[in-house]
Design a protein around this ligand. Structure first.
Ligand code: SF4
Ligand code: SF4
Length: 364
């Protein structure tokens, strides 16, 4: 483990999400100075890699979800029923592989991929035909009992990572954070997933993203130690949330959870996300940012009219990236907590000799 990872791990346990953001801003400022001298070569190499393709292609293949998280904008907008066709999925894989490939995430903006009836078929297609594509998944895990052990073995052996969002470590807190009474089901599935993964030699990295309004209790909970024993990376414990461009407010959050609003209006360098990711919705519409853009205000193209490469290099995405440089930020970015200066990130030593089969977030 890099020394920086050890410090980050310690800090994540010790400080609130809001404090962490302040430290991260100070650290970024120091890094900016250091990178100016040391990281130019790495940055230039990363620029040539992302000139060819996004490092991560996130897909929302279906539009349904079985949770009602208090920190999510899903409930705030009507959701059309959508399912990505297999033909479109194959085309996306084909074009992405032709661009050089990278990570493909079943990592939707406002849905759960385990509810996609074609998920296993998609995973098999990508694994069998596209060696330049590495896959991962982001789920709430509620639907895991719908998968047999054999199906889970297929998923685990074909994916590089599985991310699971967990609303606290007790049944009561889970109900408050996720809006449904599914803690016991998910806990059972976490044990099962870990058991299967361990039998397979730990081939898939398992990461939990714990969303809580009782941060200290969560950190001190024996349940957290148990999850770590089961092999889960539990370093992401979050008690402060984004406002999804005004859709979620402080009133939606329980006591103990906070809303984070940064001031990004003075950020003159494009955010890491549109420099490295692209979000594809079920019918092929493409968003420059799939983090919190529930209103789809960053829509930059549609696969009905253009190829992936055309959109990646097209005027829509360029205008979005340039909005940081010229100070005409889209409202979704104004106070977003996920902003990261891409030049600083791409100058870090973790990116020396980077290749797209590596996971961007492990190098950050
Ligand atoms: S955060 Fe994810 S799991 Fe929770 S309601 Fe939104 S889409 Fe569903
Ligand atoms: S600032 Fe936030 S909303 Fe804007 S591109 Fe970055 S992650 Fe997306």
């Amino acid at each position: 483990m890099r020394y920086l990872d050890i410090i980050k791990r310690f800090a994540k346990r010790k400080f609130s999400t809001q404090r962490l953001l302040i430290f991260s801003d100070i650290f970024s400022f120091l890094e900016k100075t250091a990178c100016h001298y040391n990281g130019r070569g790495i940055l230039s190499q990363m620029r040539s890699i992302v000139n060819l393709r996004p490092l991560i292609l996130d897909l929302q293949t279906c539009s349904v979800c079985n949770a009602r998280c208090v920190f999510c904008a899903r409930q705030k907008l009507p959701q059309a029923k959508e399912l990505m066709s297999i033909d479109l999925f194959k085309r996306i894989c084909f074009e992405y592989a032709a661009m050089g490939g990278g990570y493909l995430g079943f990592s939707p903006l406002l849905a759960d991929p385990l509810l996609d009836p074609l998920l296993l078929e998609r995973i098999e297609i990508a694994k069998k035909n596209f060696s330049k594509i590495s896959m991962y998944l982001f789920t709430n895990g509620i639907a895991l009992p719908n998968f047999s052990d054999d199906q889970l073995i297929e998923v685990i052996t074909r994916l590089k990572l599985i991310n699971i969002s967990l609303g606290g470590l007790t049944r009561d807190e889970y109900k408050v954070m996720m809006g449904v009474d599914q803690f016991k089901t998910v806990w059972g599935s976490l044990e099962r997933l870990s058991r299967i993964n361990q039998k397979l030699g730990g081939v898939c990295k398992l990461i939990l993203h714990i969303r809580t309004h009782r941060r200290q209790e969560t950190i001190n909970s024996p349940a957290l130690a148990k999850l770590e024993e089961l092999g889960y990376d539990c370093s992401d414990i979050m008690d402060a949330f984004s406002d999804w461009d005004g859709l979620v407010t402080e009133n939606d959050l329980p006591k103990g959870a906070a809303m984070i609003k940064r001031n990004n209006t003075r950020c003159k360098v494009p955010c890491l996300i549109p420099m490295s990711h692209m979000m594809i919705m079920p019918d092929g519409r493409i968003l420059a940012c799939g983090c919190i853009d529930a209103k789809e205000s960053t829509r930059v193209g549609h696969l009905d009219h253009s190829t992936l490469l055309e959109i990646w290099r097209g005027s829509g995405l360029k205008a979005f990236r340039d909005s940081f440089i010229y100070g005409n930020l889209y409202s979704v970015c104004w106070s977003c907590r996920y902003y990261k200066n891409y030049e600083i990130v791409f100058s870090r030593t973790g990116f020396r000799n980077f290749n797209p089969s590596q996971n961007l977030w492990e190098c950050v």
